[in-house]
Design a binder for this molecule. Structure first.
Ligand SMILES: [Fe+2]
Length: 302
């Protein structure tokens, strides 16, 4: 089992390195956010195997597919209303994007944005940032004003997350309304409140608001450890939530700033990335091909 986990870790590193290389060759500003903790650091609440697949495969795929779609669009001469390097602007402009790119950005770009928020606001259980005392005064005041207490808010958000049918997300988001600046809402699949109310989608109660806290309730986020017991996953989620990061997200939203979703290459990628740079061509594509082949080989071993 240990050998399998070792191979899995190596595969994640190689796959994520391949993702970073593809990012460099196409849209450098859109990439996987760095994990400010090790893949197994969220144990026992979120297990290493789940993190390997969730961060290393699912999230990487959303980023890669987003980059590939944007590259294909620009190579085809498609003119877009927003910069292809700005993921927040892209998903906020779904209704203005041409078809079929709009569908790809909705699903894959949404997945890239949502997971950036998710992984960035997790932290090892027991760390000071997981304590409610880590909530900033402005955010605490806003939560108290909108929900009465932090406990009321977390209970309401958990309840909303528990009711999402199938795959989707539950959000605490900033509305900008002076009377009620925080709201809880849910979206299906990889939709995001920033996309607004989309045609044919279930009603989003706070469409257009800016997420500051997101709970991924896709089964890939918890099934390996918890099986069908989503409530158990939700209990674990609150034990690894980084309230300091959520507080920063709130500050950014209040100031009208985009959430900082761009990060340097993940720490876990430093060694393989350097190794590839040293031995690959400057184009990046050859290096990506070699890494992809290596990733495929490792996957075959597993
Ligand atoms: Fe996910």
């Amino acid at each position: 089992m240990a050998r399998i986990i070792s191979y899995m870790n190596r595969f994640v590193i190689v796959a994520a390195a391949a993702s970073a290389l593809l990012a460099c060759s196409a849209q450098a500003q859109i990439q996987q956010v760095a994990l400010p903790y090790a893949l197994d650091a969220l144990e026992p609440e979120i297990d290493n195997a789940t993190m390997n697949f969730h961060y290393g495969t699912h999230y990487a795929t959303y980023v890669n597919n987003t980059l590939a779609a944007l590259k294909n669009a620009t190579d085809s001469g498609v003119r877009l209303p927003v910069a292809t390097s700005n993921l927040t602007a892209l998903i906020s402009s779904i209704k203005r994007l041409p078809s079929p790119l709009n569908t790809t950005i909705r699903n894959q770009g949404g997945g890239a944005w949502n997971h950036a928020l998710y992984f960035k606001h997790l932290t090892p259980p027991g760390s000071p940032a997981t304590q409610s005392t880590a909530i900033s005064a402005p955010l605490r005041d806003a939560i108290n004003a909108n929900f009465g207490s932090v406990d009321n808010m977390t209970a309401a958000l958990s309840a909303a997350a528990g009711k999402v049918f199938g795959s989707g997300w539950a959000w605490l988001c900033y509305t900008g309304n002076s009377s009620a600046d925080l709201a809880i809402t849910t979206t299906p699949n990889q939709d995001n409140p920033l996309m607004g109310q989309l045609p044919g989608a279930p009603a989003v109660s706070a469409a257009g608001c800016t997420p500051i806290l997101g709970i991924d309730v896709w089964e890939h986020a918890y099934y390996l450890k918890h099986g069908p017991k989503r409530p158990a996953y939700l209990e674990s989620f609150w034990k690894v939530l980084n309230w300091q990061q959520v507080s920063k997200n709130y500050d950014s939203a209040v100031q009208g700033l985009e959430l900082d979703l761009s990060e340097a290459a993940p720490r876990a990628l430093e060694a393989p990335s350097k190794a590839v740079s040293a031995g690959s061509s400057s184009s990046g594509s050859a290096g990506f091909g070699a890494m992809a082949a290596a990733a495929a080989a490792l996957l075959a071993v597993v």
